[in-house]
Design a protein around this ligand. Sequence first.
Ligand SMILES: [Zn+2]
Length: 442
Amino acid sequence: MAVCGSRISHSQMAFANGSSSAHDRAILSATQTYYQPSPAASSVPRREFEPDRPIGYGAFGVVWSVTDPRDGKRVALKKMPHVFQNLISCKRVYRELKMLFFFNHDNVLRALDILQPPHVDFFEEIYVVTELLQSDLHKIIVSPQPLSSDHVKVFLYQILRGLKYLHSAGILHRDIKPGNLLVNSNCVLKVCDFGLARVEEPDTSKHMTQEVVTQYYRAPEILVGSKHYTSAVDMWSVGCIFAELLGRRILFQAQSPITQLNLITDLLGTPSMEDMKYACDGARAHLLRMPHKPPCLSALYGLSSHATHEAVHLLSRMLVFNPDKRISCIDALAHPYLDEGRLRYHTCMCNCCHNTSAGRQYTGEFEPAAPQRFDCLYEDDLHTVLQVKEALHKFITDRHQGNTVPLCINPQSAAFKSFARTGKKVFDVPSDAANLLIPVRQ
Ligand SMILES: [Zn+2]
């Protein structure tokens, strides 16, 4: 591997090395205001108090930044409400939780704990504790702070490193977008949000849902109505994000799936009949009705001064209409464009290599695959909401058989009232609240 014998520039050394550089801190400070619950709180130095506070909202529920009372560390608490409304939604939540506890990779978010559930008769919502990261790639891209070529390389390297692990476990993420790529103050990146993830379907005759992937990052095979798709859909999304990191704007930003497809063919040209083989009849007719478009991939050089030959070469291997011809995650990691990102990551950011008196001791496997595939056979036995509810309850309570003290919500905490208001943005979070989480009394 190129790491040991490669050059390393002065600017690269300044990148992390245990503490973030001024540049990196500037990137993150641009996103700090997003997290401040109120103007009053933002005037107080962060180190003096860290109130439990909301940091994210979405269709899934709400995420809070809280303190784990067992060790004082800050963690993320995700509330998943109304889990058992129908069979599809509760199976999806069960799958997401199983995945979060299955993952063991530095570039993939994993669960640290799950709150003790009430008796199964009163079991309606789930609270999962995960690692806490301060920002995400969307907030960084839209911030006014400059992004260097080194940042783009190390972010892209980590996205692909995490994705290789997921794909080797047989998991398609299906919603790779900048907002689902969390970033901490040292620029370590983790893929998150597995609400739409599923296991690869080897049977090409089986239909897979089209309701996946935020439209701007949706692969052409999904846009043209392909009934079956592969991990290549995630690689398309990575290509869109790579271009967005370079150009600081969304690459294909259309209002509808049809205009999304038109923007893609504006860049890639009209696909050949072979490359349209996954299209449904209507989509193929639409593509053939359009005036013939020549490819104009050279436009990618105009994204940024960082769009070098190597960058554009790798990007144009990701943005390929035909998923069978699109570059795989493993092949993308072998591209020379990623050499510097790999070097930087393993020189001062990773947990797999170590400094010794003899120098840096590098790991034998820079981009580890999952040791086994994620097993979803348990889903075959789940046919009713009640079955899933009981299985999920057992899954959670079984996790608490070990030595760690289980946690529960503290109803006495001032934050509890705000937290209980699911899905509504709250900015009146009390700053002197007792912890939202407390250990369960044995
Ligand atoms: Zn390493």
